[in-house]
Ligand binder design. Structure first.
Ligand SMILES: NC(=O)c1ccc[n+]([C@@H]2O[C@H](COP(=O)([O-])OP(=O)(O)OC[C@H]3O[C@@H](n4cnc5c(N)ncnc54)[C@H](OP(=O)(O)O)[C@@H]3O)[C@@H](O)[C@H]2O)c1
Length: 238
């Protein structure tokens, strides 16, 4: 994936894990990257090919993040999908205002990654951030997800001209079967299936499907400042 200095920051859950020969080919058509995985507890990350190092770091800790970037520089690709922390859910009028404000930890984490990471990025490098389908089609109770996601997409649009010729893009997932919804069990499967049965693609997405889009925007040199939806048609359901 990375072309020259062969390093990138990639989040834990969205790392490509090919499930078929064909998908393996899609993911690996680019030269292998040396991947640095960063999170607050990277030991949770599954074994994956090309993992160069696992680093413990909180994206909200600017001092630690700056030191981590400097220690592992330079990079060709920076990817951040960190949620940042807990997000508030439910009706806005009864929402704890501190919970709403704290939901923006995701935006602050991405802002830190961009501001502290881009100086170490190759001149033709790329940044990828992750928003979410509620940014443009929120359901009731998703005011925090919607506000933060929309801010992330606007951050990307605004930074694109400033960072050029480096590129920055966003991927917007719909409902994806990840540990965000708890450990795998029949109840979780049923909950995700119910929540997605009205989508044009009536099932939850797989992390690998989001990872494919991340690889696409990270490596296509004619794409910048945009958001790619990987949501099974969430935006277009009736
Ligand atoms: N899953 C979905 O249905 C869905 C839908 C729309 C959008 N998204 C977006 O997709 C992205 C990935 O979601 P996911 O489903 O993979 O979530 P997840 O399973 O909860 O994983 C989130 C990851 O972020 C890391 N993280 C959280 N706060 C961090 C911080 N302050 N510093 C460093 N790392 C941090 C966590 O690792 P540690 O706990 O070890 O730090 C974890 O690896 C998120 O931005 C989410 O909002 C997901």
């Amino acid at each position: 994936m990375a072309r020259r200095c062969d390093q990138s920051i990639i989040p834990l859950r969205l790392a490509p894990r090919p499930r078929s020969k064909q998908q393996y080919h899609t993911i690996h058509r680019h030269p292998p990257a040396q991947v640095v995985i960063v999170s607050r507890n990277p030991s949770k990350a599954p074994e994956a090919a090309h993992v160069f190092e696992r680093v413990q770091c909180d994206s909200l800790d600017r001092q630690a993040l700056g030191a981590m970037f400097a220690a592992h520089a330079p990079y060709d690709i920076l990817i951040s999908s960190a949620t940042g922390g807990a997000r508030a859910m439910g009706p806005f009028m009864s929402m704890d205002i501190d919970g709403y404000k704290n939901s923006f930890a995701k935006l602050w984490g991405y802002a830190n990654v961009a501001q502290l990471g881009v100086p170490h990025l190759a001149a033709d490098g790329a940044v990828v951030l992750v928003s979410g389908a509620p940014a443009r089609r929120p359901k009731a109770g998703q005011v925090a997800l919607a506000s933060v996601g929309a801010s992330v997409e606007q951050l990307v649009r605004t930074l694109a001209p400033e960072l050029a010729p480096r590129r920055i893009n966003c991927v917007s997932p719909g409902m994806i079967d990840t540990p965000m919804f708890g450990p795998s069990c029949a109840e979780k499967t049923e909950r995700l299936e119910n929540a997605t049965k009205a989508n044009l693609v009536p099932r939850p997405g797989a992390p690998e499907e989001v990872a494919d889009a991340i690889v696409f925007v990270a490596t296509n040199r004619f794409v910048t400042g945009t958001t790619v939806d990987v949501d099974g048609g969430w935006l277009h359901k009736g």
